[in-house]
Design a protein around this ligand. Sequence first.
Ligand code: HXC
Ligand code: NAP
Length: 281
Amino acid sequence: MFKENIFKDKTILVTGGGTGLGRSMATYFSGLGANVVIASRKLEVIQKTAQEMEKQTGNPVLGLQHDVRDYRNIKNLIAEITNRFGQIDALVNNAAGNFISPTEHLSYKAFDTIVDIVLRGSYYLTLAFGKYWIEHKIPGTVLSTVTTYASTGSGYVVPSSIAKAGVLNLTRSLAAEWGKYKIRLNAIAPGPFPTKGAWDRLLPDPSMAKAMEQRIPLKRVGKHEELCHLAAYLLSDYSAYITGDVITIDGGEMLAGAGEFNFLEQLSEEEWQVMLEKRKR
Ligand code: HXC
Ligand code: NAP
């Protein structure tokens, strides 16, 4: 979809880039010429992924251990990245934690764990990178992976829902405040995109995944490359005038759930005939 090397000489950090959607996005950016940095808690996973990615794309990939809840380590993170690549141009807040549960079964620590990874982790990195970009007059870009329920709310994933809503608000608030520094912040709200991390925790029974697919107007889950195209667009200069926005990529799932009469999709032809006959009376 994009010209080769649109990210040449650009350095992009993807948190949680060792697995799932983070890995797919980081690989795609690397293929488009970026210097890619991936960071998460599991050093072994990160280093192995970095090596495989480098082999696949031929561009440099740096794998670093970093827990997004650790503000103090960000100084080292920035130092390691700038020592290797000179500067940092973009941050992708992708790392997350989540589980499905009736809320009344959750401890306050369960809430803390998710909110700390998703919300605190995102604002720690965004704040530190913003300071770095402002000091060095770099027109940085932030992209955060939220969810469609960041806007609507959702039961059974309440810690994640409130944390993602906070990340979306951070995106909008700082887009207004930091535009003067040429810093752009946007978000992507994906519907279901199969990954081991999300599926094991959120859709442990295959029937749940099937039911989810059926209620999506396009009748399928997302493909990783579809999300990667959108992410590359939002990080690149092709979207230079877009900031503070969230783009939903969900095959219509969110709107299907919201529309008053969308449930009528379940009616058979025969049931429709009866309905239409009744209307004539
Ligand atoms: C209820 C749980 C729980 C569960 C943990 N806890 N798992 N409560 N249900 N399934 C509680 C624990 O009892 C504990 O509270 C507290 O949470 C911390 O648990 P730890 O296991 O010590 O946490 P930690 O080792 O830091 O692991 C974090 C984690 C884990 C979030 C629990 O799942 C993880 O590392 N996840 C990272 C990857 C991930 O979640 N990916 C999915 C993203 S998908 P107590 O009180 O007992 O001490 C996503 C997609 C959304 O966001 C949209 C899809 C369509
Ligand atoms: P995933 O593979 O489980 O990715 C989560 C990543 O976050 C892992 O690589 C994990 O690595 C990292 N992580 C967790 N806690 C961390 C911490 N404290 N510090 C640093 N890194 C941490 O799941 P995914 O499906 O690809 O999710 C990626 C993003 O997309 C998340 O933001 C998720 O909310 C969002 N999303 C996904 C879907 C979907 O359908 N898949 C839908 C909507 C939104 P370590 O364990 O090594 O730390």
